[in-house]
Ligand binder design. Structure first.
Ligand code: GCU
Length: 590
């Protein structure tokens, strides 16, 4: 498989760095969401010849029979007769036989297209987990790896008038050198899990734009594709209307003095912005804020802020939860976090959807976003590093202009060894080079040097802006009451954010507060933990793990877990556990 994808990567057309291919005036924007036919292919019969030889990608499935195959030839598949899956959506929760499926599924949709002169066309995927190969009308456009970030292909020359066959090979098989690796505590939801769109843009269009605000001046870089030209920026409510010229490099630079109302959780003030060049005209909404650390404090707009957070997975609330499919799913989770009294969210352990980030920004949540360098990945592999860096750049590229994002995190609970430090040190340097305006972190671990003494020490602390770590006193270590006497040794000088703490309980399971998985035990655990953590010097943020019970194949305990990690403050149906109110009282108390 890997050899094939390397071959294809060489063949594939340039993968476009996803940026500003959003709906906009002067553009055409077609959603390709809906019911797509699918064929399950556990042995990749659609790619390999029977000797498992790979002379070249066996175009069997890309040459969609409906359009191309000589009907006298024997082929043993037919998308037209195949069942359908909803796109966006993971396949695991759409069919019993796909619940645990790891492997290849072929998707096909037919796109009825009518050319508009003077336009270029791009095929944009919000995310596909975990890797894919995209073919249009029997031409392989390219491949993408990484299950949580957007990508696109230019298809101007491949689209035809009338029906077009769009075929996507998707494979969610875990791999020791993948990111994440073989072992992680969430469900491996496979499929085309976020929106698919076809975007028509003018010959010369705004491919991307980035804004930085230092408290007085807003600096913009606007990137044209297809040529040079004049670029205009308007922010009507601020009376801003500026023009600049994009030279041969296609980049227009602006430095604009601005005195906006600042974005903050208490007042998530957003402004409409219009960027235009020729016939291309993008409208978006932006917030203005600054964030930095000073000693042991996090300063938002120059004032100390405490991160009243919660960690969450990108999984919907409901009887049959799955990968969030859109704004409605995101809103349900964000409403629960708002009800909890949060002003901050740790979007764990991978980039969540663009809808989640944009909605969180409008609702006034500061955000921690992270890439899935989770537990013990293959630190010595250059390919693994390139994959991790690409996912980092795609995450930053998508959300660079989101005021809500204040922290980029490069890892979670990774083992301390030289090759890991080198790997993450490079990622942190890359993060700072790509975006010098935000804080950089990683969720570290504590260790007990004896049952009563917790220590946080890690070479990464010297490289990050925050000292963030996960701790489970009262669950994996000790009892809730042991929190009262636990001694901590934590380096000083940086803001401390507890990136995970908590325990499990089944909603409605009531009993002694000495009994694991009862709601009473979890409430007691949170009361003792909150008292203990409040005493830590430099404490600047808290993230209970986790907002909602979430699926994980590591949590099979029948009658209690049933494939769910029960550390949620609410269960998968959104029902609030007693511990939810312990945390909410704490957050609302000051
Ligand atoms: C770890 C990990 C989480 C996991 C949690 C748990 O801290 O970061 O992803 O779900 O522990 O054990 O529940």
């Amino acid at each position: 498989m890997k050899r094939l994808l390397c071959l294809l990567a060489a063949l594939s057309l340039a993968l476009f760095q996803a940026g500003a291919l959003t709906p906009a005036e002067g553009r055409e924007y077609r959603s390709l969401n809906g019911q797509w036919n699918y064929i399950v292919d556990p042995m990749d019969t659609g790619i390999y010849k029977y000797h498992m030889t790979i002379q070249k990608p066996h175009k069997r499935y890309f040459a969609d029979r409906h359009f191309y195959e000589d009907r006298t030839k024997l082929v043993e598949y037919d998308f037209d007769k195949a069942p359908t899956l909803s796109v966006p959506g993971d396949w695991n929760t759409q069919s019993e036989r796909l619940y645990l499926y790891e492997g290849t599924i072929w998707y096909r949709t037919v796109v009825d297209f009518h050319k508009t002169p003077g336009r270029r066309w791009f095929l944009h995927f919000g995310a596909v987990n975990y890797q894919c190969m995209v073919g249009l009308n029997n031409t392989i456009l390219g491949t993408h790896k990484g299950g949580f970030t957007p990508f696109e292909f230019e298809v101007t020359d491949q689209l035809k008038e009338g029906p077009n066959s769009l075929v996507v090979w998707v494979n969610n098989t875990r791999g020791v050198s993948e990111v994440p690796t073989l072992n992680y505590d969430w469900w491996n939801y496979g499929g085309i899990t976020r929106d698919v769109t076809l975007v028509g843009v003018p010959e010369v269009f705004i491919k991307d734009w980035r804004m930085r605000f230092d408290g007085k001046v807003a600096s913009f870089d606007v990137f044209l594709d297809g040529g040079s030209g004049s670029v205009a920026i308007e922010i009507p409510e601020l009376g801003i209307s500026k023009k600049a010229c994009a030279g041969r490099d296609g980049v227009a630079h602006f430095k604009i003095k601005a005195a906006p109302e600042l974005w903050s959780p208490d007042s998530p003030r957003m402004y409409d912005i219009v960027l235009s060049s020729g016939s291309d005209r993008i409208t978006d909404r932006i917030g203005f804020r600054t964030v930095r650390v000073e000693g042991e404090e996090i300063l938002l707009n120059g004032k100390p802020v405490f991160l009243k957070g919660v960690a969450m997975h990108d999984e919907s609330i409901g009887i049959n939860p799955g990968r969030c499919r859109g704004e409605e799913d995101a809103k349900a989770l964000l409403d629960a976090a708002k009800d909890l009294g949060c002003n901050f969210l740790r979007l764990a352990h991978y980039p969540h959807s663009e809808q989640m980030v944009r909605l969180a920004e409008e609702m006034g949540f500061m955000l921690w976003e992270e890439i899935p360098c989770y537990w013990n990945i293959d630190w010595s592999s250059e390919e693994t590093y390139a994959n991790a860096e690409n996912q980092l750049l795609e995450m930053i590229g998508r959300d660079y202009n989101r005021a809500a994002v204040i922290i980029w995190s490069v890892a979670n609970e990774t083992p301390r060894k030289p090759e890991r430090l080198e790997f993450l040190g490079k990622l942190i340097a890359k993060t700072r080079a790509e975006d010098p305006t935000r804080l950089v972190s990683a969720a570290l671990e504590k260790k007990l040097t004896d049952p009563r003494h917790a220590v946080v020490e890690d070479e990464l602390i010297g490289l990050t802006d925050l000292l963030s770590f996960n701790q489970y006193e009262g669950w994996y270590d000790g009892t809730p009451a042991d929190c009262d006497s636990l001694e901590w040794s934590i380096p000083s000088g940086k803001p401390v954010v507890i990136s995970e703490f908590g325990g499990g309980a089944l909603f409605g399971n009531h009993g002694s507060d000495k009994e694991l998985f009862t709601e009473e035990y979890l409430s007691l655990l949170y009361r003792h933990n909150l008292e203990m953590l409040s005493r830590l010097p430099g404490l600047s943020g808290l993230c209970p793990w986790c907002l909602k019970d979430f699926r994980s194949p590591k949590r099979p305990l029948a009658g209690i877990q049933d494939d769910f990690n029960r550390k949620g403050l609410i269960d998968e149906q959104g029902r609030r556990k007693l511990a939810f109110f312990v945390v909410r009282d704490y957050y609302l108390s000051d």
